[in-house]
Design a protein around this ligand. Sequence first.
Ligand code: MN
Length: 745
Amino acid sequence: MAEYIIDEKREAREIQAKFEELLAACRELKPLTSDEEAQIVRAFQIARNAHEGTRRKSGEPYIFHPLAVAMIAVKEVGLGPIAVVCALLHDVVEDTDISLEELRMLFGDRVATIVDGVTKIDDVMVMQQTDSKQAENYRKILLSMCNDAYVIFLKLCDRLHNMRTLGSMRDTKKLAIASETQYLYIPLAHRLGLYNIKTELEELVMRYTNPDKYAEIAAKIAATAGTEERLAECLVRPVRELLDHHGYHYTIKTRVKSVYSCWKKIENKHVDFEEIYDLYAMRIILKDVPREQEKEECFKIYALISGQFPPNPTRFRDWITRPKNNGYESLQTTVMTPIGRWVEVQIRTERMDTIAEKGMAAHFLYKEAHPDEQLDSNPVEEWLQQIRTSLEQSDKSALDLVEEFKETLYTKEIYLFTPAGKTVVLPSRSTVLDFAYAIHSALGQHCIGAKVNARPAAIGYRLHTGDQVQVLTSKKTLPQPEWLDQCQTPRAKEAIKDFLRQQKKEYVGEGRRKLAQYYNNLHLKDNRQNFGQLKRFLNQKSDVDLYYDIAVGTISEHQVAECFGKARPAPKLFFLAPYKDLFDNKSDNGQGHGDEVSPTPFLLDHEYEDLPTETATCCKPVPGDQVVGIVQDGKIMVHRTGCKIAMDEMASHENHIVRAKWRPGEQLSLLTGIALTAIDRKGLLQEITGHISDEMDLNMRAITLEASEGVARGIIMLYVTDVDKLNGLIDKLKHIDGIEDVHRI
Ligand code: MN
């Protein structure tokens, strides 16, 4: 590398020249008010003085860097005066004596906030830490990035300049910066639609992380250099003649695919370099087309071109009728040229081109440039808001958060239709519930499922592009905690969480009363200190959560007692007498609940009271079942009376048998299973799960359904509080069309 020779006079001239260039670029973008110009000049002077005497690794004066970042912001992103001021100042708080407060006084709140966001990102980035801590850092980064969209835009400009000038860094530092760029900044550039910046970052990262492959593909592209000229002759020229002949106003751009995207295509699609279809692309941008004629005009051009150059029918894409989620609109085809090469042709209007080049950023920039216009939505702001909410409210680990965030950067979209034919665009993997909430929160709130292409589907059913979805609702249905696993859009999740929070609050009074009763029973004081202890002991996040769990019985008096060391073994069952006459006792038969016999104190005190009980996994008894206890290894195993295993045990260990009965009134939910056999058909699973969720007290844990040769066999595991409910369900399932057999296991 050539050594940098310091010449301060020449440098001072260069700095001034670069600044003049920057001002000119700003004016070209939008005429500057005298106030805006004064701010930019002041920012430049402060930055120049503050960085005076410091140099970059390359030897250049440091101020070259902020000047370059500001230039990228104006020229390559299209950002205005505020961004330029922030870009010039973006490193002064971190690297010089100037404080954030000084910036706030001189330039106002917004500039200070943006510079602070950019600085914070640098702060956490330099820390070298273990993985989970690194993830925690990313979370902070993400949050400070989301304060103001300018933070992300400027950070991307900053990163681009650093990547362009990476050459003078140490090799390990190069790799660290390159991989961080790959991990976070490229996805961000993609999501915002800064495609040129994304492409350049990808190229730069590949050059440093995979230099051999980069050189190999770059050489192959260079070897086809002659092709470009031949294409200009045999494709671009005839197309120009065609368009001129029809009186169109247009521009044509051509491009050769980047090294990185060639490499990706070779790797992902397992093709050879020679098989890349869109190594060359030609873009036709129509000018002066009224909004309502855009689609028609683009299709006309398509017809003209495909009339002369045979198109590949499998490579036609209409992104105008259904634009992508990021707003991308274009008509795309691949045509054969007289030199035997396929060339991708993109047809779009100027408006579409701006969006295609700048994506979400285009909407953002438009709004920035027209602050007085009332626009219904700004996708960048909406997206940032979504991220903020999910980062702030989620209780996931930082690593999951970062992964989740990254997923939102690359989400593909699906196109769905309402019964009236209206298009709804959702991220892929969206469910019926997501669809319902996307249309209206009230529709989501009461959603019980949908008809997808006229067939019934459950709320968690994953939709596919082209599905027509009719949401089915019931006034009685309200969001359940399980719904959170049945949807994936932030909109649906937030609405459900909101509802659940509200709902929980309504239980506070009841929870408070119940807890007071428990305290009273346990001779404890109902005070703040005890409540705090209980909250910690039960690992509850909020007061509302704790009161709610007490109100609905998820937390029992027994657990409260345990917290204060006052727990007594609380048998869920009580034991009456050494068992000998179970089958003689006709009064209990068939009724389950029969007459309640009070526990004989003698027996409880004596032999069995302290023994822990467990429900047997072989027959999975539930409250209401007739049960029997068998003493085994210091505990009482509770079986259903008809259980084969219990029978065997009883036969060989007569004296170990205890008669057991459910303690009345105890709310207990136990896991049990149902097996079923059915003639397989579409919608069967939905119908089964539908019946289960109809029963409020039955909580499904798992369901497996396997079909072979037209017969489906399934096992459903459920939490059951009452055998009558379970029998009711079995009865209902038996009446579903095609069900051959249902029984408990
Ligand atoms: Mn910087």
